[in-house]
Design a protein. Structure first.
Length: 425
């Protein structure tokens, strides 16, 4: 349960913050946001406010903002289909219901014979199915329509669609999601610095920071926090000295002088072959860390510097993927779940740090210029700026569809590979 809650928190917060960036700047640009969804799959809750339907969906993986236009506004209406409408006090259509899952009181049933929900804003149809009584209704600009699953969203006249905003407003709206991920990372890393009192730095002393389970050191009774003061009678002061000595003693018996609190004892171990080429020794320990105190300003700077450092690391990882592609270098929701399982037992600071790192990752990956990602949309914006006009809608749809297919196939491949790595192999 702790792992599941950690996973939902980590995945949920970075997605919600990402999508809120798109949502906020779309609203500022006058673009209608039809739905702000948390989660994916079937809807379990909805609430409408200021033209946006807020939904919570069954699967706590992801989320989305559905803006009018941008290829996401279509509602399936077809001539001859039955539906019902609710009129306002002026006799204009306020609600349109083609869904079989919703029953509206005081509604008028129609057999649809014509409609325009974007420009002329009208519905035409046979009232009560009587072909002798065809009637035309004007539609309120802010009318709503029920989708097949019963979700009520606002119709999307052309003036509130994504493409009606200025080029600059669309660029900002597309970039706002990744930007919010970077801002979230800065806030979380800063919070981590305040919670732990400063910056975590490597402890260069010969104090043991971690012990590998069932390794040589673990079997000999060594524990994190033990300080190695000498090896085979030779005094040492740094972890590098300790490591270098052990590397050269594969298969040979060595004696460690171990200080634990006020007690000191001798421990004999035999380094095993390391996991690389087997030519060097190891006893299954790692160096420790220590907290370097920082001022308030230093802790805030840490938030920025740690975000920058993680960004550079991710850029290097992306370069490594490009030069030598392997599914094992990628990870999806299953990978995030497995890492959540590890950090869930390490406390709040570990969870916050993981969330911040993942937020940076999501922000950068979304800026990769692949159609369907924010980076692909920004490329189309830049092409429009250079050409002085956008690509034709048909070309944009084809490009976006190709990108979507590639992303779906990649997502399926990565998810299956993660399942195989962690649960089958």
């Amino acid at each position: 349960m702790r792992t599941i809650l950690t996973f939902i928190f980590v995945f949920g917060i970075i997605v919600i913050v990402h999508e809120f960036g798109h949502f906020f700047f779309a609203k500022r640009a006058g673009i209608l946001v039809r739905e702000f969804a948390i989660g994916m799959g079937p809807k379990i809750f909805q609430h409408r406010k200021n033209g946006t339907t807020y939904t919570i969906r069954l699967l706590p993986v992801g989320g989305y903002v559905r803006m009018a236009g941008a290829g996401e506004e279509e509602v399936e209406l077809s001539l001859g289909m039955p539906l019902s409408v609710v009129l306002d006090s002026a006799g204009n259509v306020q609600q349109i219901n083609p869904s079989q899952k919703v029953q509206l009181p005081d509604s008028i049933p129609l057999e649809l014979t014509g409609f325009d929900l974007e420009r002329e804003l009208f519905l035409k149809g046979y009232v009560y199915g009587d072909e002798n009584e065809e009637k035309t209704f004007q539609i309120n600009h802010d009318a709503t329509i029920f989708e097949e699953d019963g979700t009520e969203v606002q119709i999307a006249p052309v003036d509130v669609q994504f493409q009606s905003a200025s080029l600059w407003q669309r660029i900002v709206t597309n970039f706002a999601g990744p930007l919010n991920n970077f801002l979230l990372a800065i806030v979380l890393f800063t919070l981590v610095a305040f919670l732990q009192g400063g910056r975590v730095a490597p402890d260069l002393s010969s104090t043991i920071g971690g012990v590998m389970e069932n390794g040589v050191a673990d079997r000999a009774g060594l524990k994190p926090g033990d300080k190695i003061t000498a090896i085979d009678g030779q005094d040492i002061a740094t972890y590098d000295e300790l490591r270098s000595y052990i590397l050269a003693k594969k298969g040979e018996e060595i004696t460690l002088s171990v200080q634990r609190g006020k007690q000191e004892k001798q421990v004999t171990v035999i380094p095993e072959a390391n996991t690389d080429d087997g030519s060097q020794g190891m006893i299954g320990i790692q160096s420790g860390t220590k907290v370097e105190e920082l001022s308030v300003l230093g802790k805030i700077k840490y938030g920025f510097s740690e975000t920058a450092a993680n960004s550079l690391g991710i850029f290097k990882a992306l370069g490594d993927i490009i030069t030598g592609f392997s599914l094992n270098k990628l990870g999806g929701p299953v990978m995030i779940y497995k890492v959540s399982e590890m950090v869930a037992n390490q406390g709040v600071i570990a969870i916050l740090s993981f969330t911040a790192m993942l937020s940076v990752n999501l922000g950068i990956v979304n800026l990769v210029p692949i159609p369907g990602l924010d980076g692909g949309k920004l490329v189309l914006n830049l092409i429009e700026g250079v050409r002085g006009k956008p690509l034709s809608q048909d070309k944009e749809v084809v490009i976006t569809m190709i990108g979507a297919v590639v992303l779906i196939l990649l997502m399926i491949s990565v998810t299956w590979n993660d399942i195989y790595r962690f649960f089958i192999r």
